[in-house]
Design a protein around this ligand. Sequence first.
Ligand code: GLN
Length: 190
Amino acid sequence: MTKHIKIGILALQGAFAEHAAMLNRLGVQHFEIRQRRDLETDFDGLILPGGESTVMIKLLHELDLYEPIMQKIREGFPVLGTCAGLLLLAKQIHGGKPCFASMDITARRNAYGRQLGSFFAYEQFAGAKTVPMTFIRAPYIEEVGKDVAILASVDGKIAAARQDCQLVTAFHPELSDDTTVHSYFLEMIR
Ligand code: GLN
C-alpha cells in the first residue's frame, strides 16, 4: 500500500483555508502550521499560501518558524508557494525583501500596479492543460536561473515555475475549482 501523503499549510495569514479546501477535494490529509511545535508533525509537503508577504515574514520570525522552515526547504523538502508564497521563496525581489531565498528566481512584487490589481487568465500549465488563473496584486517572475523550469506564462510574463521540489505560481490556484496545480504538486511529492 502506498503511504498517505500529508501536507502542512502555513496558516499565519492569507488564503490558507482555500488550500485546505482544495486538498479536501483531492482527499489529501493536511494540517495547519501556526507555531513551532506544529513542525513536529510528520508530513510530506509544505504549502506557503497567498496573502501579504511582509506580514508573513514578520510572523515567521516572531513565531520562531523562519529557521526550521528554511532548513527544511533548503534540504529539499517539497514546497508549493502561491503568490505571496512565491515571494517567500524567491532569491531576489524587486520591491520587497527575500525571505527563504531558496529558489533561483527574480520576482517583481505588486508587479501589475494599481490599475490591474486583480485579473483572470486561462493559460497552459506545465505544457498540458489550460487552467484558470486568478491574479490578486500578484508578482511575476522576471528571471529564472538555469535549474528552473518555466511552467506557465501570461502575456509574456512568467507565472509559474519549478526548481527541483519547489513549485511556485504567481496566481492563486486554490481560488478556482481546477485541481491541476495541486495535483501536479502531489505528483511531485510522490
Ligand atoms: N502583494 C502581495 C505581497 O506582496 C501578494 C498578493 C497575494 O498573495 N495575493 O505579498
